[in-house]
Design a protein around this ligand. Structure first.
Ligand code: 5AD
Ligand code: SF4
Length: 447
């Protein structure tokens, strides 16, 4: 019976959830579960959830309604289905999930998913729902199987988790726990396994990744810059990226690495959240708009050829029109290749939720639309600036049309080009000839 079981995984939220879903799927595959893309076939359904904004969290419940119907239909033909809600909503809401959606069998927080196999067996044997949301003493990474050969040439690798910054809008300190860094040897082992499986580009992940301070092979504490230099020594690993950074933790060494570590890609995601100092203070960001600008100037001095992206929240409690304008101004002044912008969403248990002067929904929507127009303009301008340049493109997968491959530019743009399939996994010079809303296209150049 064992190897006939099928698991269906749906992932919400950030890249760390994507990573966690991969690790879970690999662990379950070692226990005989095959992955399926079809909900109706699944003996085990996993929703890996995100709590960062209300919309993401509520989506889980609408999905659970539909999944319950599938579970009922399967029960009628004698198949049982285990439904597991994992990730950040699981951590934040715990047993409440089973109360709102009684079809759920397992609720498992993001630090406990290494125990999924055992919890599935227990919920089956005991025929009752189980909730596992303690932050366990043991480290999940030590209880997961070594990475399976990857399905692609790019991969995520979690090196740091949790956050002690306590921005007043954010649930992460409550859902992911306190800041924690994996040891360098562990990270290196995982990176080598990924590279052996065909990966050429690794993105190091952490909620506050540049706060990384892991134990080094020599017992010394390694910073993120140290870690990047260390991993750069891995043969076959061609490109490194990291996300997400906090401006406060961009130290001189990391800034210098952008100038002198050739494997570190010229792309940096550096959230500024707001351009108004009063709002930044209320958010507990611990920097001003001017400090952010001068930080960017220092990073650009080290690496002038740098694409920047950022996160922005509009409509934080008390944000005035003038303060929103300051956000637009900072955005225009700095110049970004990309940005993720959000309407402020009050989150349970965070300080900002209880602040006065919550901004009305229509004002938030109007500000978001204005900001997104600016983001779009700058993104197009950045893409237009690439036309005529020859960029090294890492080919990742076949394109939509036959004979076409899709790759990644150093600046994380998708690039389409006519190229033979044997170029998959290789970095090839591509002369950029045009661009669309979300991609570039070009012609491969002889090396
Ligand atoms: N409301 C809206 N956006 C939020 N973010 C985090 N918390 C909230 C919230 N309560 C955004 C921030 C963060 C990104 C991951 O999500 O911009 O950088
Ligand atoms: Fe969402 Fe944050 Fe959890 Fe990622 S860590 S899934 S962004 S709440």
């Amino acid at each position: 019976m064992g190897n006939a079981r099928k698991v269906y995984v749906r992932t919400f939220g950030c890249q760390m959830n994507v990573y966690d879903s991969e690790r879970m799927t690999e662990a379950l595959s070692a226990q005989g579960y095959a992955e399926t893309e079809t909900l109706d076939d699944a003996d085990l359904v996993i929703l890996n959830t995100c709590h960062i904004r209300e919309k993401a969290a509520e989506k889980v419940y609408s999905d659970l309604g539909r999944i319950r119907q599938v579970k009922d239909a399967r029960a009628e033909v004698g198949s049982d289905t285990v439904i597991a809600v994992v990730g950040c909503v699981a951590q934040a809401e715990g047993a409440e999930i089973v109360r709102r959606a009684p079809a759920v069998d397992l609720v498992v927080g993001p630090q406990s998913y290494h125990r999924l196999g055992e919890l599935i067996a227990r919920t089956r044997a005991e025929n009752r729902a189980l909730v596992e949301t303690q932050f366990p003493e043991e480290e999940k990474f030590n209880h997961l199987p070594q990475r399976a050969p990857s399905r692609g040439v790019t991969a995520f690798l979690t090196v740091q988790e949790g956050c002690d910054k306590f921005c007043t809008f954010c649930v992460v300190p409550y859902t992911r726990g306190m800041e924690y860094s994996r040891a360098v040897v562990e990270v290196e082992k995982e990176a080598r396994a990924l590279v052996a499986g065909g990966v050429r580009e690794v993105t190091l992940l952490g909620q506050n990744v540049n706060g990384y301070h892991g134990e080094g092979p020599d017992r010394r504490t390694y910073s993120l810059a140290d870690l990047v230099r260390h991993l750069s020594g891995i043969e076959g690993l061609e490109r490194l990226r990291y996300t997400t950074s906090h401006p406060r933790d961009m130290d001189d060494d990391l800034i210098a690495a952008h100038g002198n570590e050739p494997k570190l890609m010229p792309y940096l995601h550096l959230p500024f959240q707001s351009g108004a100092d009063r709002i930044l203070a209320a958010m507990n960001r611990k920097h001003t708009a001017a400090e952010y600008s001068s930080l960017v100037a220092r990073i650009r001095a080290a690496q002038p050829d740098l694409a920047l992206s950022t996160d922005i929240i509009v409509g934080f409690p008390g944000e005035t029109d003038a303060e929103f304008q300051a956000t637009l101004d900072l955005y225009s002044q700095i110049g970004f290749a990309a940005a993720y912008s959000f309407k402020y969403s009050p989150r349970p248990g965070t300080p900002a939720e209880k602040m006065d002067q919550q901004v009305p929904e229509d004002v938030k929507a109007e500000r978001l639309a204005r900001l997104q127009k600016l983001v779009e303009q700058q993104q197009q301008a950045f893409a237009a600036g690439c036309v005529g340049r020859t960029l090294p493109v890492l080919f990742e997968r076949p394109g939509r049309r036959p004979g076409q491959l899709i790759g990644r530019s150093p600046y994380l743009q998708s690039v389409y080009a006519e190229a033979p399939a044997e170029m998959l996994g290789r970095i090839v010079p591509v002369e950029i000839s045009g661009f669309g809303p979300n991609s570039l296209n070009g012609v491969i150049r002889p090396e």
